[in-house]
Design a protein around this ligand. Structure first.
Ligand code: 48F
Length: 260
């Protein structure tokens, strides 16, 4: 076989194996931001079959850009253990004990690498356009290529089945909106709907991100900014401890729920 054929055949075969193994999961995570990456790593480390579906070419979500494109972020003491689990470096801020700066590119790449090395699969350039809603329960995701979505092409999607779905889509809470608007699900919130994010209040937002990380409907969990948006929490900007701790909490809750 010509080398040209060897390369193409190997890529198609290897990707097909990966995709086939990603069609029936314990946990399907939507979005590849920081909270999702921690959840993916923790779930995979516990031997749970998990995959992340990320719309963009590069997973990492809002991590890469730091604060206003200054590629540094801040993490507080409570979440430093999670950075250490991923071997991501950090430095305490002079005069602000308990707060650390770190390079946002190292953080994004470290989270992605750590999740994959633990055994999580990441499907990039894949958009989740719908949920599977079967017998009163969220049972999976409906996926398509992002270029198909972007170009508005009339192409039917494929389906991924999962025991639990985690909405890690960040500020827009896309999966929660699909659930309430298309499946007419009443979420476990005061109104049954997404309450919507409030303006900046750093310490409140950091605490509520973790607090609001939970199951909102049978089989449907939220983490990170999505969880905060669902419950009407405050935003917090380029401090990421809450995101990391939210991912860890989501993994624990989901593992307990699916009995693993
Ligand atoms: O927003 P994002 O980084 O998620 P997060 O874990 O972290 C939030 C922080 O980055 C930051 C912050 C910290 O202070 O406020 O914003 O909550 O990443 C969400 C990812 O989900 C992808 C999107 O491209 C992004 O990379 N995403 C959103 N909707 C979909 C999706 C979808 N329908 N299908 C696939 N991916």
């Amino acid at each position: 076989m010509a080398i040209e054929n060897v390369i193409s055949t190997a890529i198609v075969r290897s990707f097909s194996e990966k995709l086939l193994s990603g069609l029936d999961l314990d946990v399907a995570i939507v979005g590849g931001g920081p909270s999702a990456m921690v959840a993916a790593r923790d779930l995979a480390t516990a031997g749970i079959k998990v995959a992340v579906f990320e719309r963009k070419l590069a997973p990492g979500g809002g991590t890469w850009g730091g604060g206003m494109l200054f590629n540094e972020v801040v993490v507080q003491d409570d979440a430093i253990g999670i950075l250490d689990d991923f071997a991501i470096g950090h430095k305490e801020i002079e005069g602000a004990k308990g707060y650390h700066t770190l390079d946002s590119v190292e953080m994004a790449s470290g989270l992605i690498f750590g999740a994959m090395k633990a055994g999580a699969r990441i499907f990039n350039s894949v958009s989740v356009e719908d949920i599977v809603f079967k017998e009163g329960k969220v049972g999976g995701l409906v996926i398509n290529w992002t270029p198909v979505e972007r170009l508005g092409m009339h192409v039917d999607p494929l389906t991924v089945m999962a025991k639990a779905v985690l909405d890690g889509t960040g500020h827009p809470s896309e999966i929660m909106h699909l659930a309430t608007e298309k499946a007419q699900i009443k979420l476990d919130t005061p109104t049954g709907n997404v309450l919507g994010e409030k303006p900046m209040w750093v310490d409140s937002g950091e605490a509520s991100t973790v607090e609001n990380t939970r199951e909102y409907f049978p089989g449907l969990f939220a983490c990170g900014m999505s969880a905060n948006n669902v419950m009407g929490g405050y935003r917090m900007g380029p401090i990421f401890g809450g995101m990391l701790m939210s991912g860890r909490k989501a993994a624990k809750l989901i593992a307990a729920k699916i009995g693993k």
